[in-house]
Design a protein around this ligand. Structure first.
Ligand SMILES: C[S@@+](CC[C@H](N)C(=O)[O-])C[C@H]1O[C@@H](n2cnc3c(N)ncnc32)[C@H](O)[C@@H]1O
Length: 264
């Protein structure tokens, strides 16, 4: 392998270093409301963790998942390519686990990792920040024991495609609908910056079939799925009833669980 290729592998362009300060301010030590009310409960439900199990958090960010895993009796390791987010992770959650710097797509090249050494691998709001998908799932499969599981929590790829989907209002039927402009094509979409955010990130959109098929191609067979609506409820306003119905019916997040093939 050439030196150039090696350095690209160890430093992918998807690091959230430029967003680290803003992201830590938004998520905080305890996690954002989306983490606490929706994403983490779904991950824990699908993980179905047993005491003493080893969990690898791919794209751990500032470590929001660590205390939940350690309190459930798991042994937590987080990996991220952003040194800055890992510094926050160690500041907030050092006592809950270990944080490793590196490219999650190439775990086999990181000395701290050995094959088949985790009972579960989690991608918490990180798989859509990694590219290519096949390398992320191949790497997860490499780290898992046979029978181990991978849990992926992401924004729902069928309904929540950044810049290519949105809400609309049907005046005749007095209902709020979800518009989807593009779906089947893979897209790398630059996200609109939030107020106070300095860097820009890209979200990698893939249709659902890509997740299911790429999991299976890496010996990871899906056995559970959870589609999660927002927790938000609108109390007032002429469209509150219609908005609440749409919010209950059209999910915000998708969680998948797949189990690594046990072999012959
Ligand atoms: C949206 S953040 C999610 C962080 C955390 N899981 C959470 O829920 O708060 C996505 C994370 O993926 C990390 N990331 C992107 N590509 C990566 C890669 N190839 N290896 C490791 N981490 C990566 C980014 O640096 C960032 O911290």
């Amino acid at each position: 392998m050439s030196a150039k290729r090696g350095s690209q592998k160890s430093r992918p362009k998807t690091s959230w270093d430029p967003l680290a300060r803003w992201y830590d301010g938004w998520v905080g030590k305890e996690g954002s409301k989306h983490h606490r009310k929706l994403a983490i409960p779904a991950v824990l439900e699908l993980l179905h963790l047993q005491a003493g199990e080893r969990v690898l958090d791919m794209g751990a960010g500032q470590g929001v998942l660590a205390p939940f895993i350690s309190r459930a009796g798991g042994i937590y390791t987080g990996i991220d390519v952003s040194e800055k987010l890992l510094a926050y992770a160690r500041k907030h959650h050092r006592e809950h686990g270990k944080f490793v710097h590196g490219n999650a797509l190439h775990l086999s090249g990181i000395p701290q990792f050995t094959p088949q050494s985790f009972d579960a691998v989690v991608f918490l709001l990180s798989i859509q920040d990694m590219d290519p998908l096949n390398e992320a799932l191949e790497s997860a499969a490499w780290a898992l024991v046979p029978g181990g599981r991978v849990v992926i929590l992401m924004t729902h790829p069928c309904f929540r495609i950044p810049r290519q989907s949105g809400w609309g209002w049907d005046e005749g039927r007095k209902l709020q609908f979800r518009r989807v402009d593009r779906y089947l094509t893979q897209l790398a979409i630059p996200l609109k910056p939030y107020p106070g955010q300095t860097g820009v990130s890209r979200s990698f959109h893939r249709p659902l079939q890509d997740y299911v098929n790429t999991l299976a191609e890496n010996g990871l067979y899906m056995d559970r799925m959870k589609e999660i609506p927002t927790y938000k409820v609108k109390k007032t306003g002429p469209r509150a009833k219609a908005e609440n119905l749409a919010n209950r019916e059209i999910p915000l997040f998708l969680a998948l669980r797949a189990v690594k093939f046990l072999g012959e």
